[in-house]
Design a protein around this ligand. Structure first.
Ligand SMILES: C[S@@+](CC[C@H](N)C(=O)[O-])C[C@H]1O[C@@H](n2cnc3c(N)ncnc32)[C@H](O)[C@@H]1O
Length: 202
């Protein structure tokens, strides 16, 4: 994780608050935060395990597990709530959501940018319909769904991309180098993210 992450990741920080507001009135004890980063979201919970593929993030957390969102190292129904803020677009989103559902006893809450974000960029953001189809086929209850968009200046976006992460899996389909990012960024005139958040009962 880049040392300037917390300085420039305002969007993730605000979005962590947005996601926490969605779950704060539910009843749960054990929580798993998937792709926890430096813990913008984990810090809201007393009994939370933070999971991330980047082992250097251990120092930010009370309870930390190194692992991949696509292969969560937990038994079925291990947590009351599984939650993820601004990480699943860097993962295989379908596999990761299935895994979050598998290890949850009751609630799953996710928030990440979707297709339509940063138009003109070749990054493969998840498609809203693919995600919603997946939720239907699992026969689970969607308790809440929100979509909002957020605008950036190009400079803000460059700082954001350089400090706030890219896919870490060795075989990640979405991998793109820093120099490619810079080339592409100058071509995006009005950068914005479209952010999908949802709360499921499983
Ligand atoms: C943009 S950061 C968001 C971090 C945090 N959730 C937040 O709100 O600040 C994305 C995080 O996802 C992690 N990540 C990327 N691919 C992953 C994967 N396949 N499995 C688990 N974590 C992953 C990165 O290491 C990074 O910490």
């Amino acid at each position: 994780m880049n040392k300037n992450y917390e300085k420039y990741a305002t969007l993730q920080k605000n979005n962590a608050e947005h996601l926490f507001n969605i779950v704060k009135n539910l009843s749960y004890e054990t929580v798993l935060d998937v792709g926890a980063g430096t813990g913008f979201l984990s810090k809201y919970f007393n009994n939370c395990i933070s999971l991330d593929i980047d082992k250097s993030l251990k120092t930010y957390h009370k309870k930390f597990v190194v692992g991949e969102a696509e292969h969560l190292p937990f038994k079925d129904k291990s947590f009351d709530l599984t939650i993820s803020n601004f990480a699943l677009h860097l993962c295989d989103v379908e596999l990761s959501i299935k895994e979050m559902i598998r290890v949850s006893k009751q609630y799953v809450a996710c928030s990440f940018p979707i297709k339509g974000s940063l138009e003109g960029w070749i990054y493969n953001f998840p498609e809203e319909n693919t995600v919603l189809e997946l939720l239907k086929s699992k026969n689970i209850k969607v308790l809440e769904k929100t979509i909002y968009s957020i605008k950036f200046t190009n400079l803000e976006l460059l700082k954001f991309i350089n400090t706030t992460g890219k896919p870490k899996r060795i075989h990640a389909k979405n991998f793109i180098s820093k120099s490619q990012i810079k080339d592409i960024l100058v071509k995006i005139e009005n950068p914005y993210f479209i952010v999908l958040s949802f709360l499921l009962e499983v």
